[in-house]
Design a protein around this ligand. Structure first.
Ligand code: C5P
Length: 230
């Protein structure tokens, strides 16, 4: 049984407001995407990594990054289209029961320990699941004019992180179902939930942040420096 990894890296990062997509911005002297790739390749259990790029990407070839366990393919309009393209790239070689780990290219601080724990806790699970972390803040629902219209009970509310880990056949079915029904899903787990299944959460580190805004780069830099990465 093979463990595959898919790294969707085909976003343009509208919220960052920078010309360079956020996966190509350097943190501790190395592009975010390269940190993420290296973090996944450091886990020997992962036998092949598919990096999904924008079709008009002009930055990737500049990196001159090569690894025998890595291949690239083109992304789609939304994140879930990109992940589905990643699955298409290995469809001839993947077995239905193989595991697939999907990790956002813009989460460069994921730890090997978290990835290993995810694999360990889910390897016998019949659905699969994801790294996640409980929400500590009080969560407000906001209506028009930025006024609070309610406070959610944070008990049982978790933030979904990545990697998310599902079997090839189930993930392919879940994402194809989202495409066919025109449901825009922002993670793999919600595509699987739409099939009536319940993914398991595995507690992950809060440091596994998604680079979204400029301030996130500073936090990532501080975290990676604390690990001795310069
Ligand atoms: O936009 P967001 O922050 O949710 O993106 C999460 C990840 O999905 C990023 O690594 C981004 O490059 C990727 N993505 C993609 N294809 C898209 C949109 C986003 O691979 N069409």
């Amino acid at each position: 049984m093979t463990i595959w990894a898919i790294l969707p890296a085909a976003g343009i990062g509208r919220r960052m407001g920078s010309i360079t997509p956020k996966q190509y911005i350097s943190v501790c002297g190395t592009p975010v995407l390269v940190h993420s790739i290296e973090r996944l390749l450091a886990v020997e259990e992962i036998q092949q990594l598919v990096v999904v790029l924008q079709e008009d990407d002009i930055w990737w070839s500049e990196l001159n990054f090569y690894d025998p366990r890595m291949l690239t393919t083109w992304g789609g309009d939304e994140r879930f289209n990109s992940v589905l393209n990643g699955l298409e790239a290995i469809i001839e070689r993947a077995e239905p029961d193989d595991w697939v780990l999907v990790h956002d290219a813009v989460r460069p601080c994921v730890t090997q320990a978290d990835i290993r724990q995810l694999i360990l806790e889910l390897s016998e699970h019949n659905v699969g699941g994801l790294l996640a972390t409980p929400i500590d803040d009080t969560v407000k629902k906001i209506g028009v004019d930025e006024h609070v219209i309610g406070t959610l009970d944070r008990n049982g509310l978790w933030s979904a992180l990545t990697p998310q880990m599902f079997r090839f056949e189930l993930l392919y079915k879940a994402l194809s179902n989202a495409v066919t029904k025109g449901i825009s899903v922002t993670d793999e787990a919600s595509a699987v939930e739409n099939l009536g299944l319940k993914p398991k959460v595995v507690m992950g580190e809060k440091s596994n942040l998604k680079i979204t805004h400029e301030a996130d780069l500073i936090i990532a830099e501080a975290f990676l420096s604390s690990e001795g990465i310069e």
